[in-house]
Design a protein around this ligand. Structure first.
Ligand SMILES: Nc1ncnc2c1ncn2[C@@H]1O[C@H](COP(=O)(O)OP(=O)(O)O)[C@@H](O)[C@H]1O
Ligand SMILES: [Mg+2]
Ligand SMILES: [Zn+2]
Length: 361
């Protein structure tokens, strides 16, 4: 799996999350590392990765002055090989009870050999039972000097305020399609595999900001084409069941020019080629939303890394007369209803056809 092979081994390799990287570097170089961190955020965005990097840097025998680990001393290699005695990872989803936390406490009280830090990573910490949580809280109240806790969760709203007040919290962000695209391209280069750039971007855009999901998708594509040296964009779409990126602008073009028959034809061709109509409806609404945001203020999209692709920019300027804000809002409402209708429709593509007719009158 690519995502294991390409887990960042130093801070430099981390994509995005620069607010976290910089603060951790600062803490390491100034010697002011907290005893407890809380890493919150969506899955696959680097929480475990950064927790492990913090552990490596803390105990590295040759830490750089920027706070990076050397990734080659005994302590670093032990972490890389998953046999470090100073890094303890607990999955709270499967170890939820008070006994686990009692064991953890006992282990925390024993100093790490060689004056090193003991780092405990507790993943999905919101899953702990109430008793276990309270026991953890007790430890966090008076943590031993050589211990650093990294609590990770995808659901920070489930954390008690008593815990929140004792940790330094970092909120991990979804990665932008551009950031994901960049990392996938880097990996492919190292693997010596050529994938059509549109296919790579399609993967990046379909993974909802989770780099791991994108890497898993890419692994799947590669695994199902391992006799090929060049993977085409259709290979990508077919093996992942993705809706091609050019479907949305094509469809919107028919709506913008009022071409009823081509729009209906498109719906039926897409359906018979195996496109999931529900997925298409939501994808199209999401697409319209981005166009709308662009017409209001392009910098909104740029700031979250969702700027339009060249093909979309061209479309917006070609059809600027037809794609007014009002019209876009109307289309979105119609397709949101169509998406709802699909669930109960006896003919899957019918709600999309009705949506076309409603918009084009
Ligand atoms: N910010 C990131 N920079 C580089 N790679 C990342 C990043 N986030 C996730 N990854 C990739 O995804 C994999 C899983 O990341 P992980 O840190 O376990 O995510 P999380 O703990 O947030 O679910 C990593 O091995 C790495 O390949
Ligand atoms: Mg994790
Ligand atoms: Zn080292």
């Amino acid at each position: 799996m690519l995502y294991r092979k390409y887990r960042p081994q130093t801070f430099n390799e981390v994509v995005g999350q620069q607010h976290v990287v910089q603060t951790l570097r600062g803490a390491l170089t100034s010697g002011r590392v907290s005893h407890a961190y809380l890493f919150c955020g969506p899955r696959g965005t680097g929480k475990t990765t950064l927790a492990r990097l913090l552990a490596k840097s803390l105990n590295c025998e040759k830490r750089t002055k920027e706070g990076d680990c050397d990734d080659s001393c005994g302590a670093c290699l032990a972490v890389n090989n998953n046999n470090s005695l100073d890094l303890i990872e607990i999955d709270a989803a499967s170890n939820r009870g008070i006994d686990e936390i009692r064991n953890l406490k006992e282990s925390a009280l024993v100093a790490a050999p060689g004056g090193k830090y003991k780092i405990f990573i507790i993943d999905e910490v919101h899953m702990l039972t109430k008793d276990a949580f309270n026991a953890l809280l007790k430890i966090l109240e008076e943590p031993p000097a050589h211990v650093v806790f990294v609590l990770a969760t995808t659901e920070p709203h489930k954390m008690l305020p008593t815990v929140l007040s004792r940790v330094q919290r970092f909120d991990f962000k979804r990665l932008t399609p551009k950031e994901i695209d960049g990392k996938l391209k880097g990996m492919l280069k190292l693997e010596g595999i050529v994938v059509d750039p549109e296919g790579i971007m399609a993967i990046a855009m379909s993974s909802d900001g989770a780099l791991r999901d994108a890497e898993v998708s890419l692994s799947k594509v590669i695994a199902s084409h391992d006799w090929k040296t060049q993977i085409s964009v259709d290979d990508v779409y077919n093996s992942l069941g993705l809706i091609p990126l050019n479907y949305y602008p094509e469809f919107l073009g028919y709506l913008a020019t009022g071409n009823k028959s081509l729009a209906l034809d498109f719906v039926n061709k897409a359906y018979s080629s195996g496109v999931d109509v529900g997925q298409f409806a939501s994808g199209f609404v999401e697409y319209l939303r981005r166009i709308l945001m662009h017409t209001i203020n392009p910098s909104v999209l740029v700031s979250v890394g969702e700027e339009l692709l060249d093909q979309d920019l061209k479309l917006v300027s070609t059809y600027s007369q037809a794609l007014t804000q009002q019209q876009l809002i109307r289309m979105m409402n119609v397709f949101v209803s169509a998406k709802e209708g699909i669930k109960s429709s006896p003919i899957p593509q019918l709600p999309l056809e009705l949506a076309v007719l409603e918009i084009l009158g």
